[in-house]
Ligand binder design. Structure first.
Ligand SMILES: Cc1ncc(COP(=O)(O)O)c(C=O)c1O
Length: 478
């Protein structure tokens, strides 16, 4: 028999050990019910350490600002604080959360769109404001009053050859911003320049770095003294345990879209492909799930990339030569493999055309970021003996909406699932669990729990109660 299409997930050994400890899972579900999100702060700390090691090898001055928006978890925020990282907040609530978790203003920066009220909070608390637009900069100048100078970064976007972003100042508006900064030295202090590019393309970041270096020179010409180059987040996750299997699944899916082989999509979904002239064209919306380059390797590739306009010197070398502190704002890279979601099968039904639906006590928005299709297979842990499979199924959600399908692509299971079986969604901590989740039909959001391996046994507590064990020996570089 040829192997069935499969999207095996990469699973961290600590998470695997938890999943292999059935008693720990059963006890967790008994205490907290289902569905639940589990976060693993120890995996988070490991991810942080890996990125920090790369920075330490390449640069004297650096900072990791955890992009809080990736997950609401307090345990992750505590893990970041405990490890001596900084934090990037994007709302008044995230600011309050970071403060309550122990971050002082010197380790907080604020990014994204900000209201007048949020700007006032930020100015009052003295955090660094990563300025998105000209209005914001002017407003900060007005609100600053007689307080200490407000530290700001200018976020730049609109680099040549890079897709337009709604965030940041276009390079042609930077001169005006620099004029304003130079005119208000008592109110505003330019710490440096920032960008955030959400693609895996190293060349795009290198181009952005070159533009920022030019802008830094222009700032110096106006008597300003920027010392930070913030290259944002966007470091990739690795979801798949088997890149060949992923490619094989996508090949089968494309064939199915052309009517060849077994149907593999729910409700004629095409996942961003278009079909024309008997062929499948385009890039699927789920392409990020195919990535195999780990975040720390991507970071190293960025830092060691040569800058054409600077005689081939590297990003890290140039930052070091110019005494620049290099900041990164990783979100998903820090929580990669540090979260899973558990749900239960409520019932299994067969439709008129033979399609098998596995209905769960969970909705799509709790395991799917911004409605993107998630291309890793959930795992099913059976409760007892099962009728033999395999069986191709679609997972369906708990809302009475046609579109509440947890998978719109077919998933093959080794056996026919039954009510009560446990379903595990791997790697859900990065945006999957929190970005879109709503309380539709008054369903509460799944509880969030932190799992910690202590002295060989798994301890599970509410995410809000988690405390890291002992002070990590950190080097002083935030
Ligand atoms: C300004 C900024 N920095 C960092 C991030 C984190 O990005 P990622 O999770 O891709 O690392 C985001 C995400 O949207 C962002 O908007």
């Amino acid at each position: 028999m040829t192997a069935l299409p499969a999207l095996p997930a990469k699973i961290h050994p600590l998470v695997r050990a938890f999943l292999d400890t059935r008693a720990a899972i059963d006890e967790t579900l008994l205490r907290f019910g289902s569905p639940v999100h589990l976060v693993f702060p120890q995996v988070y700390a490991e991810n942080l350490k890996r990125l920090r090691t790369v920075l330490e090898q390449r640069l004297p001055g650096h900072r990791i600002c955890y992009a809080h928006k990736v997950n609401r978890s307090r345990a992750f925020v505590r893990a970041a604080e405990h490890a001596g990282a900084s934090i990037d907040v994007a709302s008044p609530q995230e600011l309050a959360h970071a403060r309550a978790a122990g971050f002082d203003a010197s380790r907080i920066e604020a990014t994204g769109p900000k209201t007048d009220g949020f700007l006032r909070d930020l100015i009052d608390s003295g955090v660094t404001i990563n300025v998105d637009n000209a209005w914001e900069l002017r407003r900060i100048g007005e609100l600053a009053g007689d307080r200490e100078r407000v530290p700001v970064l200018l976020r730049v976007s609109g680099f040549a050859g890079i897709p337009v972003s709604r965030f940041g100042l276009p390079p042609q508006q930077v001169d005006e911003a620099l004029e304003l900064l130079a005119a208000q030295p008592a109110q505003l202090s330019l710490r440096g320049f920032a960008f955030h590019i959400d693609s895996g393309e190293i060349t795009e970041r290198v181009r952005a770095v070159e533009t920022c270096l030019t802008l830094i020179e222009r700032a110096h010409e106006r008597g300003l003294n920027p010392s930070v180059l913030n290259i944002g987040g966007g470091l990739r996750q690795v979801f798949t345990a088997d890149a060949d299997a992923f490619d094989e699944y996508v090949r089968a899916l494309r064939a199915a879209l052309l009517g060849r082989g077994e149907p593999m999509t729910w409700a004629n979904n095409t996942f961003g492909y278009h079909i024309d002239g008997g062929a499948v064209h385009g890039t699927p919306v789920f392409h990020k799930y195919a990535n195999t380059v780990a975040a720390h390797r991507m970071l190293d590739d960025i830092l060691t990339a040569p800058l054409a306009g600077h005689g081939g010197r590297t990003v890290a070398g140039l930052a070091a030569d110019n005494l620049l502190e290099l900041w990164i704002e990783p979100g998903k890279a820090l929580v990669d493999h540090a979260g899973i979601t558990l749900a239960r099968v409520v019932f299994v039904k067969e439709l008129a055309d033979g399609t098998v639906l596995v209905n769960l006590d969970l909705s799509r928005d709790s395991v799917t970021p911004a409605d993107q299709e998630v291309m890793v297979d959930p795992l099913v842990l059976p409760g007892g003996v099962r009728p033999a499979g395999p069986v191709g199924v679609f997972f369906a959600g708990r809302l009475c909406l046609e579109r509440d399908m947890i998978t719109n692509h077919k998933v093959w299971l080794p056996y026919y699932p039954q009510p009560g079986d446990l379903v595990i969604f791997p790697n859900t901590a990065a945006y999957h669990s929190d970005l879109s989740a709503a309380r539709a039909a008054m369903h509460p959001l799944p509880d969030k729990l932190a799992v910690d391996l202590r002295s060989g046994s798994f301890q599970v507590c509410h995410d809000s109660d988690y405390e890291p064990r002992r002070r990590a020996p950190h080097t002083g570089a935030p």
